[in-house]
Design a protein around this ligand. Structure first.
Ligand code: SF4
Length: 386
C-alpha cells in the first residue's frame, strides 16, 4: 500500500472509499516530482464556526446570479437545456438590471455573477447592458461584477473592460465534436481560443472553466483545452465535472469515470504548475464526488468548493497548509481566486479534527463530543450536503 493510500485510510470518512490504487500511487510519484505541496483553500459554508465577524457576512445572498435572458437560451445544449438559468434572478432589460442590483445590494450582496442564455452563435448579447454596468461600477465601485462572457471578439472584450467588469469567465472547449454535437454550435475550437486570447488582452481578471466529461460523460477535448489555457495564461482555471441532470433520453450522458477525472486533474496540475487551479462546486454527487475530491487533494489543486466529507482532513493529514473561507459562492464569482493567499482562515489538523468531531456529534444528535481513540481519524469533514 502506498504511503498516501495509508494516509487516506486513516480518514474515517474515506477508510472504505473505493479508489484506483494504481492511480493514487501514480499521483504520489508525479506530485513528488513537482516539489513543494501548495496550500489548499476550501470554500465551504459549513465551516461557519470558524468565521470571523467579517467572514460571517458571506453567504448565499453575497453573490447572486442574474440572467439577462431570464430562462431563455437558443442553444439548448444537451447537458443543460437552459435549466441552469432557471433559478437565477431575471433582469431582461438594462433598467431591470439596475433595479435588481440595487435590490441585492440592499440585501447585502457584495457582487453579482452576470450571465444569460446564448444566441445561436454562443454569444450572450450584453451590448445594451454595458452603459448600466458602467453606471453600477461608477456609483458602487466596491461592488464586484463577474460575467460569464460566452464567445466574444476583441471589440466586445474591450467593451466589457470599459464597462468596468471585474472578472470574465468562459467555458473552454477543446473538441470540435463536442462543440458540434453537445452545443449544437457551428463555431470552431479556434473561436474558443480567440475568445480566451481577447479576454486575456484586457485588464479584466480572466477565469476560464473546463467542464470535464462534457462529451456525454467522456473526456475528449480536455487536454486541448488545457493547452489553450497554457498558451494564454489567465488568472486562474476552474475545473468542474459535468452534471448532466437535464440530458434528454435520446442523448444520454454517463457519469464520468472518476479515475479518468483524477488523472486529468493531475495532468492539469503538471501542465499549469503555477496557475491557481480550482475545483468548482459543479460535480457529481455521492461516492463519485468523494472520489473526485480525494484525487483533487492528492493532485495538489489550490482550491476546492464545497469539499465532501473527509477532504479537509485528508489535506491536513497530507501536511498541506489548509485555509477555509466560510462562503459558498466565492469560486463562482472569482473574488477569492485572485487572492488565494490573503483570504480565509488558516487551520491546522487539530482545528479541523475538533470542528469535525463537533459537526459529527451535532449531526448525530449526541449533544456532546465523541470520544476518539488516540491516533485514529475521528471524523470526516463537515462537507457540503450535495
Ligand atoms: S448555452 Fe449555456 S445556458 Fe444555454 S443551454 Fe448551453 S450551457 Fe445551458
Amino acid at each position: 500500500m502506498s504511503a498516501w493510500l495509508e494516509t487516506i485510510r486513516r480518514v474515517e470518512a474515506l477508510e472504505d472509499l473505493p479508489l484506483d490504487e494504481v492511480l493514487v500511487a501514480e499521483i504520489e510519484r508525479r506530485r513528488a516530482r513537482l516539489g513543494a505541496r501548495p496550500p489548499i483553500h476550501f470554500f465551504t459554508p459549513t465551516f461557519k464556526a470558524f468565521a470571523s465577524s467579517e467572514l460571517a457576512s458571506c453567504g448565499r445572498n453575497a453573490w447572486p446570479a442574474v440572467s439577462i435572458t431570464g430562462g431563455a437560451c437558443k442553444l439548448q445544449c444537451d447537458h443543460c437545456k437552459a435549466k441552469i438559468l432557471e433559478p437565477m434572478i431575471p433582469a431582461t432589460s438594462p433598467e431591470a438590471l439596475w433595479r435588481v442590483v440595487n435590490e441585492i445590494v440592499a440585501d447585502g450582496a457584495r457582487g453579482v455573477l452576470l450571465t444569460g442564455g446564448s444566441n445561436h452563435r454562443n454569444e450572450v448579447e450584453y451590448g445594451p447592458y454595458f452603459p448600466v454596468i458602467r453606471r453600477i461600477k461608477d456609483e458602487l465601485p466596491g461592488f464586484r461584477i463577474a460575467v460569464h462572457t460566452a464567445l466574444v471578439d476583441g471589440s466586445t472584450a474591450r467593451a466589457m473592460e470599459d464597462a468596468g467588469i471585474d472578472v470574465a469567465m468562459m467555458d473552454v472547449i477543446g473538441a470540435q465534436d463536442t462543440i458540434t454535437q453537445v452545443y449544437h454550435l457551428r463555431r470552431g475550437v479556434d473561436d474558443f481560443e480567440a475568445t480566451l486570447e481577447a479576454l486575456t488582452a484586457t485588464r479584466m481578471k480572466v477565469v476560464p472553466h473546463i467542464v470535464v466529461g462534457l462529451h456525454y460523460g467522456y473526456l475528449l477535448g480536455e487536454w486541448s483545452a488545457l493547452e489553450m489555457v497554457r498558451r494564454h495564461r489567465p488568472d486562474a482555471l476552474v475545473l468542474v465535472v459535468v452534471m448532466p441532470f437535464y440530458a434528454p433520453e435520446s442523448r444520454p450522458f454517463v457519469t464520468p469515470d472518476t479515475a479518468a477525472v483524477g488523472r486529468f486533474l493531475m495532468d492539469a496540475r503538471e501542465a499549469l504548475p503555477e496557475l491557481p487551479l480550482l475545483l468548482g462546486c459543479a460535480r457529481p454527487a455521492g461516492r463519485a464526488r468523494v472520489q473526485i475530491d480525494t484525487y483533487a487533494v492528492l493532485a495538489g489543486l489550490d482550491g476546492i468548493a464545497h469539499p465532501s466529507e473527509g477532504t479537509v482532513e485528508l489535506a491536513a493529514r497530507l501536511e498541506r497548509r489548509v485555509r477555509v473561507t466560510p462562503a459558498c459562492c466565492s469560486i463562482a464569482v472569482g473574488e477569492d481566486v485572485m487572492a488565494l493567499e490573503d483570504t480565509g482562515l488558516e487551520l491546522d489538523l487539530e482545528a479541523v479534527l475538533a470542528h469535525e468531531r463537533a459537526a459529527r456529534a451535532a449531526a448525530a444528535g449526541l449533544g456532546g463530543i465523541r470520544v476518539v481513540a488516540e491516533g485514529a481519524a475521528p471524523t470526516g469533514c463537515g462537507g457540503c450536503a450535495a
